[in-house]
Design a protein around this ligand. Sequence first.
Ligand SMILES: [Zn+2]
Length: 272
Amino acid sequence: MPHWICQTCTIQFPESEAPPPRCPICEDERQYVPARGQAWTTLDRLRGSHTNGWRALEPGLLAVQAMPALGINQRALLVQTPAGNILWDCIALLDAATEAIIGGLGGLAGIAISHPHYYSTMVEWGRAFGVPVWLHAADRQHVTRPDPCLRFWEDERQALLPGITLHRLGGHFAGGTIAHWAAGAGGRGALLSGDILQVLPDGKHLGFMRSYPCLIPLPPAEVRRMAAACGALEFDAIYGAFHEREITTGAKAALARSAKRYCAWVAGMVEP
Ligand SMILES: [Zn+2]
């Protein structure tokens, strides 16, 4: 029996003869069920229709993304450290080529995911590489395919490997997580933000929303709290969830400037 995958958000479900009646991730107000209705696929079908493309973002950091575009079309990031590799966020297509490439790079030491929109086929990845998939416990209710490889962490901070630490920022989701990579940006430090901090197309600003597709903002106090929490970290770059969404230098100032701009508009302190 197949493990069905929602075509809109690419989250995978426990095996069943027929597709699930609904996708709770898409029915949540932060995502959407397309007007044409919900559609389903499987990993086997995706292996026939898609492939994964790779890009090197900086030494020790690779991006992998499905081609052609798939679901929300996020990328996953492979962070290489002397203590092992971490996959940051997840994408639906895990195929033989991807397993071979990651295997050739030394495999994985763990997988960590920013929020439920990128859970996708995380259980397939965790099982294939025999590693834990780190999720914040505050988002546990959004897991559609439970598995022993899922490792729920709590509180505000979780060390993964030397130089890689998860931080709970909240915002978009209660368990919204970013990763701090101390060796990133040539040793100046980098944040891997998913869309908990949404890198904008200019590469100089960030957005902060409860829902990006449904345009539901976050309260200014929440954005101020998130920016202050990041202000305590050392970083100069932020890598977002999508192709070319990165701030390669000056990211700390960009975050402060973006949070201030956002709060001024949402609090009605700017004259349009
Ligand atoms: Zn869905």
